[in-house]
Design a protein around this ligand. Structure first.
Ligand code: SAH
Ligand code: SF4
Ligand code: F3S
Length: 467
């Protein structure tokens, strides 16, 4: 049997990072990545944070089932948060699903998939939570060029790893915000040993990473559980920032209640710590924040913003917001609009509240009618669009260092465009001279002048002599 696989990923950056690790692990074991139509194994890495992504999982599997009618032998594995939630229920509903693995179980998924390939009758479930951070096979060696995931094939993968890397620093969450399923699907918070975090970061930099994003559901509480070896998040940041050759350091996600003044100060002290912070506000009304169990109020959030801007005036703040939380009144919602204007977030992810199984808000009321929630969402997003536009407009004419990622979708006649990000994390499409057409530029840092603000990105030109 030809060991070929195809992975489809939904959900947050942790899932993206998990899929990336699984890809590497399978390639190291002799598996080959293939387009969906050709792959023997289909892996779906799932998200359960709202009802919509959960439903997408069933429709994807239903689509595969239809497709399979003419192609017997297809095997699927379901991983991530919906797998943790539904577990072996998948085996009954979709008999071609032969592995389910949760967030801690992924460490054993490559072995399990080898077993499925050898034994056509096998069915496996990896759903147990571990007591400490489930360290995975390190896979620190560089990958064969053709096997590197998430790199634009047309541009040619670089010799080493990609210029940006995610590195997990913890697993799970202990906060149990009233609306959130994550503590149930990812389990209790478990910090990773700082030595393992540093070793992975160093290896990534040696393989060519210029930017690292440290990942966790609530990175600010790193080390507050039994893991972490007495190192708090501010100290971990310092140690990672000191790795020679690391040009940019980012982290996500931060919970406002746990942000340490030492982390705020780090934005003014660590040169390679990017001036960007994703700080989910969720709601602008104190009454709603209280019912959400977020454990901060507007005043505390605004204090943090002020402290951050005092040490790093150019910091780009982004956020997550939920509209239509049970009991949210028009006045509550007006406070969310007001906070959005007051903080002037560069951008935000906003969602209509969605009931999730087992969470505390399921029993809270009154539920906000769908049309009211939808209308609030549109108002919030239209306010954000205006603020985003203004903040991007203010950057026209300024210069910034842009780390190139991949060729832009936009390519003018003979003039190549590359997509990258500025230190604030804004997407910049850079017009380059025609002599670099076809050259692999991923991972290069360029000085760029912003020539035009688009709705959600910037257009720039290289400053200085042409190549
Ligand atoms: N750990 C991160 C959030 C992870 S979930 C944090 O604490 O910020 C990503 C986002 O999904 C959340 O910030 C929230 O805005 C949204 N979300 C979570 N549960 C939701 C629900 N039941 N309905 C709507 N949005 C939800
Ligand atoms: Fe969910 Fe709250 Fe944990 Fe974030 S901090 S993952 S919103 S429970
Ligand atoms: Fe979704 Fe799980 Fe991430 S629910 S947002 S994939 S932690």
């Amino acid at each position: 049997m030809d060991k070929t696989f195809h992975i489809v990923t939904f959900g947050c950056q942790m899932n993206v990072n998990d899929s990336d690790w699984l890809t590497r692990a399978l390639v190291c074991r002799g598996w080959r990545q293939a387009p969906e139509d050709e792959a023997w194994l289909f892996v779906l890495n799932t998200c359960s944070v709202r009802d919509k992504p959960e439903q997408k999982v069933y429709s994807e599997l239903g689509r595969l089932d239809m497709h399979r009618k003419g192609k017997p032998g297809l095997t699927a594995a379901v991983g991530g948060c919906v797998a943790q939630q539904i577990g072996a229920g998948f085996f009954e509903r979709f008999p071609f699903v032969r592995l389910v693995f949760g967030s801690d179980g992924i460490a054993q998924a490559p072995d399990a998939l080898d077993q499925l390939a050898e034994d056509p009758g096998a069915r496996l479930a990896l759903l147990d939570f571990e007591a400490s951070y489930p360290e995975r096979e390190a896979l620190l060696q560089p990958m064969p060029k053709a096997a590197l995931p998430a790199y634009d094939a047309d541009a040619g993968a670089p010799e080493a790893g990609p210029a940006q890397s995610f590195v997990n620093i913890m697993q799970g969450c202990d906060n149990f915000c009233a609306y959130c399923i994550v503590p149930y699907t990812r389990g209790r918070q478990k910090s990773r040993q700082p030595g393992a975090v540093l070793a992975e970061c160093r290896a990534r930099v040696e393989q060519g990473a210029r930017e690292i994003t440290l990942l966790g559901q609530n990175v600010n509480s790193f080390g507050l559980d039994a893991g972490g070896a007495g190192v708090g998040f501010a100290e971990l940041l310092r140690q990672v920032a000191a790795i020679p050759g690391l040009l940019r350091l980012r982290f996500t996600t931060s919970h406002p209640k746990d942000i340490d003044p030492a982390v705020v100060r780090a934005f003014g002290e660590l040169e390679n710590l990017c001036p960007a912070l994703h700080l989910p506000l969720q709601a602008g009304s104190d009454a709603v924040l209280l019912r959400m169990g977020r454990k901060y109020d507007r005043a505390r959030y605004l204090d943090i913003v002020q402290a951050l801007r005092a040490v790093r005036p150019d910091i780009a703040l982004t956020t997550d917001l939920i509209v239509g939380f049970p009991g949210e009144t028009e006045e509550d919602f007006a406070q969310t609009l007001e906070m959005m204007e007051r903080v002037a977030f560069e951008s935000s992810f906003s969602f209509r509240y969605s009931d999730r199984p087992g969470v505390a808000s399921l029993r809270m009321g009154p539920k906000v009618p769908e049309d009211v929630g939808q209308e609030r969402l549109l108002r919030l997003q239209s306010l954000q669009n205006g603020i985003t536009k203004e903040s991007l407009k203010a950057l026209e004419g300024r210069e910034a260092n842009v780390l190139l990622e991949a060729p832009s979708r936009r390519q003018d006649e003979g003039q190549p465009f590359w997509r990258g990000r500025d230190p604030g994390g804004r997407v910049v499409n850079v017009r380059l001279s025609s002599d670099v057409a076809g050259t692999q530029l991923g991972g290069r840092m360029l000085r760029v002048r912003v020539v035009e603000a688009k709705n959600h990105s910037l257009l720039g030109e290289k400053v200085g002599p042409p190549w």
